[in-house]
Design a binder for this molecule. Sequence first.
Ligand code: HEC
Length: 269
Amino acid sequence: MSGIRSSIAAIALAWVSALAFAQGSAGDPLAVGRQMLAEDNPGELWIDKGKQLFYAKRGPNSVSLEQCDFGMGPGKLEGAAAQLPRHFPDTGKVQDLESRLLTCMVRLQGFKREDLIKRAISPGGSSGSDVEALALYITSRSNGMKVNVSLSHQQEYDTYKAGEYLFFRRSGQTDFGCVQCHGEANKRIRLQDLIHMTDKKGAQEVASTWPAYRGAHYVVRTMQWRLADCFWQMRLPDMAYGSDLSVALTMYLNTQGNGAVIKVPGFKR
Ligand code: HEC
């Protein structure tokens, strides 16, 4: 199975590279390839896997995730991811999709939080982690719906402001801030376009396309992974999975992206 998946992905990637060469410096040489990939996204395979995991009786308590409340009531997934992060009275915290998922896997299923965190981000080329598949399945139940993050609870507003502060703050030995790479149009590192996130359209792309199939890793990746990877690029200390800091950044980005129509899995190079 994973052999087939890798081959599909390898062919697709080769295609993008070929197109990039063929088109040389044309306006956006990768756009055609991206479109083709989006139409035949290997990440779709993880949706089924996530669905099976969601309804399977798992963990020390041998229960499914059907009683997990992502903000719309236990087990109600339609549109739930579109409104995340949000404040949850039962934890007293603002949570994004992945930190909420951890809460349910610990409280309902009895998994150990440390174990889940250790495995949440899978090695490249593997068949992916449970958390990655679940995050994709749950988000896919909001496909076609608009991102609609609310700041009406005080903690939601405070989390948003913290995320905004973090996005603009320069830190660490390289003195990098997110805004330096993502605060202007038409920036690139090597061949990679850097999404302009202080622009509504760029923020909307971010808020509506994760979890995404990551071509270079042959695996579905989540927002927590993406943020952790940018932390690494900035040479900051490792970002703790599901930390308040990561939720704050997601709160900032998703709120900026309000109104975007969700379409996951996205496809990233
Ligand atoms: C040194 C430059 C750099 C810095 C600083 C940086 N990033 Fe990134 N970011 C990247 C690159 C490179 C990519 C991936 C582009 C690609 O693969 O096409 C990326 C991608 C992303 C994406 C995914 C965009 C998409 O495709 O949807 C998000 C979200 C993101 N960064 C958030 C952040 C945040 C938040 C910070 C600050 C904590 C940050 N980045 C700091 C370089 C940077």
